[in-house]
Design a protein around this ligand. Structure first.
Ligand SMILES: [Zn+2]
Length: 214
């Protein structure tokens, strides 16, 4: 059986920003990449009908997944900005536990503690809970989407992945998210700069850095 890498992201482009080139690299190595997206991001376009936004964002995320070489996405349809509430109301932890037991991933990638976005931090806390409960037994690595400065991560062990060969694939997959008109350019430059600096300090052209949560 193929080795499975599982990614758990709050919104549909987070894992691409944080780990896209590493996921593409694993896919090239023949690993199965499975992605869980918590929210459709239906609040991103308040002037459009919710169904229209959801359809758009699902389409984009599936296209991006294909570019990365992924093996499909599961959506949890959590309301944006209400993650903690919905985690309490709905048994999201149970659902995640079920998916994890089914997929048996060798590694999980998810949000980190230093992220400035409250939805991202809510996912981080939920994953930490699953680690504490013993539901997650494999190594867990975190990525950052909306943070440049590492504060609490500093003492965690980290892994550096040389993504020079798959960095272009990440950019391609990211640019599929055309509906994210406002944030896409800000994120794009930040992403390029971050992976370039990570590469520079580690002796590669481009690198992605992850912090080991478990
Ligand atoms: Zn996000």
């Amino acid at each position: 059986m193929k080795e499975t890498i599982l990614t758990i992201a709050a919104h549909n482009d987070d894992h691409i920003v944080g780990a896209g080139a590493t996921l593409a690299k694993y896919a090239l190595e023949g690993k199965r990449i499975r992605t869980i997206i918590c929210s459709f991001g239906e609040m991103s376009h308040p002037y459009l009908r919710k169904e229209v936004v959801i359809e758009k964002r699902v389409k984009e995320s599936l296209k991006a997944d294909k570019i990365l070489g992924g093996s499909g996405i599961a959506y949890l349809s959590i309301k944006e900005g209400h993650f903690d509430e919905e985690f309490k109301k709905r048994d999201i932890a149970g659902k995640l536990a079920w998916i994890i037991s089914k997929e048996k991933p060798s590694k999980i990638f998810t949000h980190g503690v230093d992220d400035l976005h409250p939805d991202h931090r809510a996912v981080y806390r939920l994953i930490m809970k699953l680690i504490d409960k013993g539901t997650i037994k494999c190594p867990v690595y975190s990525f950052d989407v909306w943070s440049l400065v590492k504060i609490r991560h500093r003492n965690l062990p980290r892994i550096v992945v040389n993504v020079t060969d798959t960095f272009n694939t990440k950019i391609k997959a990211f640019l599929i998210h055309k509906s994210q008109t406002i944030t896409i350019w800000a994120l794009l430059w930040k992403m390029i700069l971050k992976d370039l600096i990570s590469g520079l300090v580690n002796g590669y052209t481009y690198a992605e850095v992850f912090y080991k949560l478990k």
